[in-house]
Every structure is written in C-alpha cells, then in structure tokens.
Design a protein around this ligand. Structure first.
Ligand SMILES: Nc1ncnc2c1ncn2[C@@H]1O[C@H](COP(=O)(O)OP(=O)(O)OP(=O)(O)O)[C@@H](O)[C@H]1O
Length: 350
C-alpha cells in the first residue's frame, strides 16, 4: 500500500476580485507515493506545488478529493487528530525558517521541546542529529554565523528530530549555489537511505530531480501532466512541459536553428541517434558506421546516466558513400531511434 495517496484532489481559493471565479491552485491531482521513494514534484512558479505540500501536511483543508497518509484519509480527520499526522511529517523550506535568537542546538531542540522530550534524551538526540548532518562543531553557533548550506543542514536536523516517516522539502535548495545544493541533496539522500524517510522534493529545477529523485510528477496549472519513474520521464518525456524541463539538463535532438549552425560548420549529413532503453549500445552503433567506411564526427549531444541506466541523443555529421550509409543506418535502427536530417553537399565546408 502506498504511503501517501492523493485522489482527485482539488484546492480552490476565493478570487481576490468580486464575482470572479475561484482560483484553482490544485486541479484534480491523483498521485501515489510509496514508502522509501524520493518523489520530485516539478513545475513553474504558480503551478500549485506549494499548495499541494500544504494539503499533504494538513496545514490547509482540501476543497474536494482525498489524501491518505499511512492508510488514513486526513481530509476527514478533526483538527485534534491532525496534530499527530503533522508530527510524522518533517518540513524544510527555501528560506530555512530558523529562529535567529536560538543557537543551532536550540533550533534543533525546538520540535523536541514541543513533543515534551525529557532533557537528557533531548540532548542525546540533538548530538546525534548534529553528527548526522555534519554540524557537531557548530552546536553553539547562531544562524547568522552560518552559511546557507549550514543553515539548511540545521533545517534538516530540526525536521528529522522527531523521527518523521515523511520529509517535505519545499524548494529547499533554491537559495543555494550549485556545490552547496549538491551537498544538501546528498544529505537528503542519506536521510532516505539510512533512516528510511520518504521524501517529497518540490522544485523548479530539473537538475534536482535528476540528482536524487526516484519518481517525479510534473505540474502545470494545478494539474499533474506527467508522472513516473525518473529514468522513463527523462528518456521519453511526453508532455510539452516535461520536454521543456528535460531540455534544461539534457541536450536532445537539435532544433532547426541549431542544425543550420551545425551544418554550416560540419561537412556531411546530420543524423541523430537516440538511445532510449537504458542499455549502452552507442559503441555498437559507431562500430557499424566505422565498418561501413563512414567518417563520423560527433557534433552535438551526450549520454546521461540516471539510476544506473543510460540514455541520450547523439548527433553526428556523417560523410561517405550514400548506399553504405543507408545500409549502416538501417542496421543501427535496431539499436537506436535514427533521425536523419537534410543531406549537405559533401565537401561543402571543406
Ligand atoms: N492562500 C492563497 N490565496 C489565494 N491564492 C493562492 C493562495 N496560495 C496560492 N494561491 C494561488 O494558487 C496558485 C498556485 O500557487 P502555489 O504557490 O501553490 O504554486 P507553486 O507552484 O508553489 O509556485 P511557487 O514555485 O512560485 O511557490 C497560484 O495562482 C497562487 O496565486
């Protein structure tokens, strides 16, 4: 059974303008998140991601639909029961949301105090958490003495303090530089692997999804337009929004403008070979071209590695006998999707 299931969830806010229709921030979302997943939710600003997080965390009521967390429909629970649901869900935020007047240990202690954890146990837990996030040396430092990455580590330690089974990370790395982002994502991965925490990562950066997520849902205008395992979404994006996000991190099939530029600079016929099934067989494809006496120049693209499976679009400029090339490409058709572009007069740029 899934740990979190959303079924036809709708959230409407009244419009600020009189008589105008309500704003549908979340519009009929159905999602299933299994225990142990790192589930990415990606979308542009205003897509409804943060609203969905607030619904899962029961910070706001849904307009319709159901949300099951660990088998319980939280949309039907009274406020008194929601507190224990929220206690099982840790939150981390883009702006860290630390108490500036408390030191690192004091910030991590906060949820333990709320949970009335006895002092000795609390101190032991704080020490464990700070060690887990690599900040044991900073227990007495105050937030304004920390870097952004360190602040987010404190945020993660605080979110994990009460041993939640779910962690919601809302744009948790958006304020950080690329190296610090990578470190924070590694820490989230460690929490997932070592503590078994199921993580929902809200982001507008496909890099973040590529780096740590096992599954992803793409949101647009309040709807989930595509969802699935990360490899499948990257290798075969179907919805236009997904294709746009994937193209931010993966060099795919070159568009017309880029092709014109490539053909002006490289003699030969442009061909893109798309490797999609997770097996690495581009070596075999190159061997076939080589054996057919075709000269091969890689002009655009690259291979990508996600969860141990590779895929990519490689664009080549090919020169040589037209019949030999035809036969070679037909054979390669069994290994990759072949996209041929207009033939350029051989030697045109020589
Ligand atoms: N409390 C609210 N009252 C009225 N409208 C709201 C409220 N919260 C969100 N909205 C609207 O709902 C839509 C979705 O907003 P939401 O913040 O969930 O999107 P998002 O994908 O998280 O965007 P961002 O990445 O900018 O945070 C937007 O049109 C927003 O203006």
């Amino acid at each position: 059974m899934a740990l979190i299931t959303l079924t036809d969830v709708v959230k409407e806010y009244p419009s600020p303008k009189r008589r105008a229709p309500a704003i549908r921030a979340v519009d009929g979302v159905s999602l299933s998140i299994e225990k142990g997943d790192i589930y990415g939710v990606i979308g542009y600003s205003g897509a409804g991601k943060s609203t969905m997080v607030r619904l899962i965390n029961a910070l706001e009521p849904t307009t319709s639909g159901s949300i099951h967390v660990d088998g319980v429909d939280i949309t039907k629970l009274p406020e008194t029961k929601l507190r224990s649901v929220r206690a099982g869900i840790g939150m981390i935020f883009q702006q860290f949301n630390l108490f500036n007047s408390r030191n690192v240990a004091g910030n991590v202690a906060y949820p333990l105090r709320v949970a009335k954890t006895p002092k000795a146990e609390r101190e032991k837990r704080i020490a464990e958490l700070l060690e887990f996030v690599g900040l044991s040396e900073k227990a007495r430092a105050f937030p304004d003495q920390l870097s952004g990455g360190q602040k987010q580590r404190v945020g993660i330690a605080r979110a994990l303090a009460t041993n939640p089974s779910i962690l919601l990370a809302d744009e948790s790395t958006s304020a950080l530089d690329p190296q610090t982002t990578a470190d924070v994502l590694q820490l989230l991965k460690k929490a997932n692997e070592e503590l078994g925490v199921t993580i929902i990562v809200i982001t507008h950066e496909m890099d973040v999804v590529k780096e740590i997520a096992s599954h992803v849902a793409v949101m647009e205008h309040g709807k989930v337009v595509e969802q699935g395992e990360v490899f499948d979404i990257f290798a075969n994006p179907k919805a236009p929004a997904t294709q746009r996000f994937v193209s931010t991190v993966v060099q795919g099939i070159p568009g017309a403008e880029l092709r014109a530029d490539l053909t002006a600079r490289h003699p030969g016929t442009l061909v893109t070979l798309s490797f999609r099934d997770g097996r690495t067989n581009q070596g075999q494809a190159l061997r076939i071209l080589h054996e057919a006496g075709i000269t091969v120049e890689l002009v655009y693209g690259g291979m990508n590695e996600i969860r141990g499976k590779s895929f990519g679009d490689l664009t080549f400029a090919l020169q040589g006998d037209a019949d030999a090339r035809r036969r070679a490409l037909d054979e390669i058709g069994g290994l990759a999707v072949v996209t041929e572009f207009d033939t350029i007069t051989p030697g045109g740029a020589a």
